[in-house]
Design a protein. Structure first.
Length: 108
C-alpha cells in the first residue's frame, strides 16, 4: 500500500499507519517514501485503530481511511483533495467497489 500511495499525483502531507504489533509492518518500507509517515500502535479492532488515527490528526486535516487491500488510481488523492477543498459542505465521502459494479458515469 505504501508504494501505491507513493505513486499518487498529489502526495499526502502525512500518512498515519496504525498497527497492532511491531510485526504488522516492515519498517524498512518507510525508509524511502516521499511523504511523512507516523506509526502508531493501538489495541486490535477497527474502531480502536481508527480512533487512534483520529486522535493523532490535527483539527484541519483531511482524512482518508484505507484498508490494506485498497488499490487507488494514481490521481485518487488529488481528486479527493480537490473535492474536499472546493466543496466545503462535504464532510464525508464513500465509494463503491467498482470491480463488481460497472455503471456509466463519473465516480472516484
Amino acid at each position: 500500500m505504501l508504494r501505491d500511495i507513493a505513486r499518487q499525483t498529489r502526495l499526502p502531507d502525512r500518512v498515519i499507519l496504525v498497527i497492532t504489533a511491531q510485526e504488522d509492518l516492515d519498517f524498512a518500507d518507510l525508509r524511502d517514501v516521499p511523504f511523512s509517515a507516523q506509526v502508531l500502535t493501538a489495541e486490535p479492532g477497527l474502531t480502536r485503530q481508527r480512533n487512534a488515527a483520529l486522535e493523532a490528526a490535527a483539527p484541519d486535516d483531511l482524512l482518508l481511511f484505507l484498508d490494506d487491500d485498497f488499490v487507488m488510481a494514481e490521481d485518487y488523492v488529488a481528486n479527493l483533495y480537490l473535492l474536499l477543498t472546493t466543496m466545503p459542505d462535504l464532510v464525508m465521502l464513500t465509494g463503491m467497489c467498482c470491480r463488481w459494479h460497472r455503471r456509466s458515469g463519473p465516480w472516484l
